[in-house]
Design a protein around this ligand. Sequence first.
Ligand code: ZN
Length: 128
Amino acid sequence: MKEIRVQSQARNELIDVTSDVEKIIEKMNIKSGHVILYVPHTTAGITINEGADPSVQRDIITTLSRLIPPDGNYHHLEGNSDAHIKSSLLGCSVLVLVENNKPILGTWQRIFFYEGDGPRSRKIFVQS
Ligand code: ZN
C-alpha cells in the first residue's frame, strides 16, 4: 500500500491530487487494472470532478456549506458535525481505472481531496 500526504490550508478546501496519484501509479507499475484511493479521516473525503474551471470547485464548496452550515443545530459536541456530514456525502474512497501506468480520467476530470475541517495534515491510502 502507498500513501499520499496532503496538507490543507483552509477549513473547507478541495485539493487537486491528480499529479500525486499519477506519480504513485507510475511507481506501482500497473499495466491494466485499478487503484482504490482511500481517505482514513472522518471529516474529509475524496471526489472526482471538473478541474479545468476553478469556479466548479468553489461552487461545490459553497453549495455544500450552504446545505450543511457549520452552525446547524447538531448534537456532536466537538463542533464539526458539518464536516462529518460532508465527509459522508462525498465518500471516503474512489476507484480509478489504470491503463499503461496512467489513470483513466475524462478530459475535464481531476481527483480532489476534500478537506472539511482544516487546516490539517492528511493522508490518502492507495492500493491496487
Ligand atoms: Zn467530530
